[in-house]
Design a protein around this ligand. Structure first.
Ligand code: FAD
Ligand code: 2HG
Ligand code: ZN
Length: 634
């Protein structure tokens, strides 16, 4: 996909062609030029919003380039695939993290997390969580066993190194693991789990391995650099899913990062679970294919983590969910059994579709070690338009029309509100400006992907012209080249980071019917205003709404001055009740982890929850896999 990584690329005023001009040409050609007073512009007056941390990244990356290796006449990016290969060559954790950060799409500076004061242990913050005493405590004998099956470089016990696996960057969760294991084969994972199961040692599988930015009491320069570079996986800050709660052993999948097979006819890709999403996308790009999912965190998250969270993201509208695109999985069950279901078949109706159980299981049923996924052909023609609108009703009208008029070439439809753009401008980079001249209550990013540029341009122009004539859209720009496409995407992908810099951010990820999608934001604002707790010097500073309109998925972010029980009580369970009342889900794509497990009943019936518990007991009778999370506390 042609998007992302705005680092060091400045959006110039002449970068974006005056849309008015192309519109007129189009209209003239159709002999229906009229109504010239409204304009879509393409000009911008400032540099593009750029994720903070870019300076540091620029120094490590040899160039800005594009995330997906698209030529854009700037310096080339380092090849993520090569970097991943380098990672395997016995580098230190720090080196690996920094190497990975060089091609991260999303590099929150995490300054919010790097501040004075120690992050409280999750166990202290959430006193209802009690260590399960049926779990054994780690002993020297256990370490000796792990040393007998893994290289010493695959075992981390160093206190500082452990911090990055134990903490989250929003200062919310901090575990107390004393051991990180980094297996490099399915057999090693199998031996680890078999041993842990027999010895009742609890385990947390970890993917992205980049949630390294919890505040540590004392960090050296190198560690601070890691923090500043760290691409962070959202599941950390949203659900705390991959961070230990007590002393669970972390099994990091970062050393299992080989591509096993690719079939250029069917597009079936088979790879290790620890492959970084962006690396896979880059690999496929060279072969004319594309990963069917894309996230702002693609520079760091693993395909195994994506599968385990059933990540949605920016391409779901086009390619559907992982429940459809994953063809097969290799999973190590808690007792060490290797479940080899790495099929590449599109059709296979022989028995229960077991792989589906592990998609979105968040590491509670086993460790995904291999993934077979169907990659679509990469589109040759990409267009991205950014629109300014006055109301959410207009967004809905635009969305409806996009389905009617862009139909098969529509590949993304994202939105954000005024608060979001304000934070992007304030926090991402000094002087950052969005390309629209005025500020609008709402913004929409529409992307088309097709095989014929002329055809797509024609359709897009028609679509935009119609929206403009009917006064549905107030302003807009259309990117004219790859750089501009990245820059427009950078605004959208920079929102989570910008929000994180607005203070302590309460993040909610809810899905519901599109007509009520933004009402959640309005109702939350109204609630906080009526209680007089939002505004200057008050508990809360802002309520932000953005997300994947095409998927009916709202990201509701509520920024507070600090995390507190008082603040939590003002927004929860209100937000969950709101979602349930509107036939929504309390977690659309980010999962449950440790922060949503006890809210499962808002979205699932007791019968369903009971059946889930039975599955868990059947597959993991000793409960060693990612305990204290996902399912409601007993
Ligand atoms: P981790 O965070 O390490 O782990 C997540 C969970 O999966 C944990 O419970 C962990 O125990 C488990 N797990 C990890 N690997 C394995 C494995 N191999 N086997 C078994 N269990 C495992 N998500 C979306 O859905 N849509 C988005 O648009 C989106 N955008 C994002 C944008 C940004 C900027 C960021 C930072 C995150 C975003 N995310 C989004 C969150 C996304 O879900 C995660 O980034 C990603 O899917 C998690 O992958 P990971 O490898 O980092 O997994
Ligand atoms: C996104 O769509 C991610 O940008 C992150 O899912 C959302 O941080 C969030 O709330
Ligand atoms: Zn999202």
């Amino acid at each position: 996909m042609l998007r992302r990584d705005p680092t060091r690329i400045e959006l110039r005023a002449d970068d974006l062609v005056d849309f008015e001009r192309s519109r007129e040409e189009y209209l003239e050609s159709k002999a229906k030029l009229k109504d010239q007073h409204r304009k879509f512009r393409s000009a911008t007056t400032g540099p593009p919003p750029t994720p903070a941390g870019r300076d540091l990244r620029s120094t490590t990356a040899s160039g800005s380039g594009t995330s997906s290796g698209v030529n854009n006449s700037r310096e080339p990016r380092p090849d993520p695939f090569e970097i991943a290969q380098q990672e395997r060559k016995g580098k230190s954790t720090a080196e690996r993290v920094l190497a990975r950060a060089t091609f991260s799409t999303y590099s929150p500076t995490c300054l919010a997390a790097v501040h004075d004061g120690k992050v409280a242990y999750t166990a202290d913050k959430f006193p209802h969580l009690k260590r399960d005493h049926s779990f054994k405590k780690l002993s020297e004998k256990d370490i000796s066993y792990f040393k007998s099956i893994l290289a010493s470089s695959s075992i981390t016990q160093d206190e500082e190194d452990l911090e990055i696996f134990n903490s989250d960057w929003l200062r919310k969760y901090r575990g107390q693991s004393k051991l990180v294991l980094k297996p490099s084969s399915t057999e090693q994972v199998s031996k680890i789990l078999k041993y842990c199961n027999e010895n009742r040692l609890a385990v947390v599988p970890q993917g992205g391995n980049t949630g390294l930015v919890g505040k540590v009491e004392k960090y050296d320069k190198e560690m601070q650099k890691q923090m500043l570079h760290a691409t962070h996986n959202a599941i950390y800050f949203i659900t705390g899913g991959s961070v230990p709660v007590f002393d669970e052993i972390v099994v990091s999948m970062s050393s299992m990062n080989s591509i096993r097979n690719f079939d250029p006819v069917s597009g079936a890709l088979v790879c290790d679970a620890g492959c970084i999403l962006e690396v896979l996308d880059k690999y496929l790009e060279e072969r004319g294919y594309i990963m069917p999912l894309d996230l702002g965190a693609k520079g760091s998250c693993h395909i195994g983590g994506n599968v385990s969270t059933n990540a949605g993201g920016l391409r779901l509208l086009r390619y559907g969910s992982l429940h459809g695109t994953v063809l097969g999985l290799e999973v190590v069950l808690p007792d060490g059994t290797i479940l080899d279901n790495l099929s590449t078949l599109r059709k296979d109706n022989t028995g229960y579709d077991l792989k589906q159980l592990f998609i979105g299981a968040e590491g509670t049923l086993g460790i995904v070690t291999g993934v077979s996924i169907l990659s679509p052909k990469r589109s040759k023609a990409i267009n991205v338009a950014l629109l300014g609108l006055n109301s959410f009703d207009q967004i809905q009208a635009t969305f409806k029309r996009s389905k009617d008029e862009l139909s098969e070439i529509l590949s993304a439809f994202e939105f954000w509100d005024q608060e979001a753009i304000k934070l992007v401008k304030e926090h991402l980079v000094a002087g950052a400006k969005d390309p629209l001249q005025s500020t609008y209550p709402f913004y929409v990013l529409v992307e088309t992907s097709g095989s014929n540029k002329d055809h797509d341009d024609y359709k897009l122009n028609n679509f935009l012209e119609g929206l403009m004539s009917d006064d549905i859209v107030q302003d807009g720009v259309v990117a004219q080249d790859t750089t501009q496409i990245h820059n427009l995407w950078a605004i959208r992908e920079g929102i989570p980071e910008a929000c994180s810099k607005a203070g302590a951010v309460y993040k909610y990820d809810i899905s519901m019917p599109v007509p009520v999608l933004y009402k959640a934001v309005e109702d939350m604002k109204e609630r906080l205003v009526s209680k007089e707790v939002i505004g200057d010097g008050k508990l809360f500073t802002s309520v932000i709404g953005y997300g994947h309109v095409g998927d009916g998925n709202l990201h509701l972010n509520v920024a507070a001055n600090e995390f507190s029980q008082e603040a939590t009580n003002l927004i929860e369970p209100f937000v969950f009740e709101w979602a349930a009342k509107h036939a929504g889900s309390i977690s659309a794509e980010h999962g449950l982890g440790v922060s949503r497990n006890n809210h499962l009943h808002y979205s699932k019936s007791p019968t369903m929850i009971q059946l889930m518990i039975k599955f868990k007991q059947l597959i993991d009778p000793n409960g060693i896999m990612n305990p204290y999370k996902y399912l409601p506390d007993v």
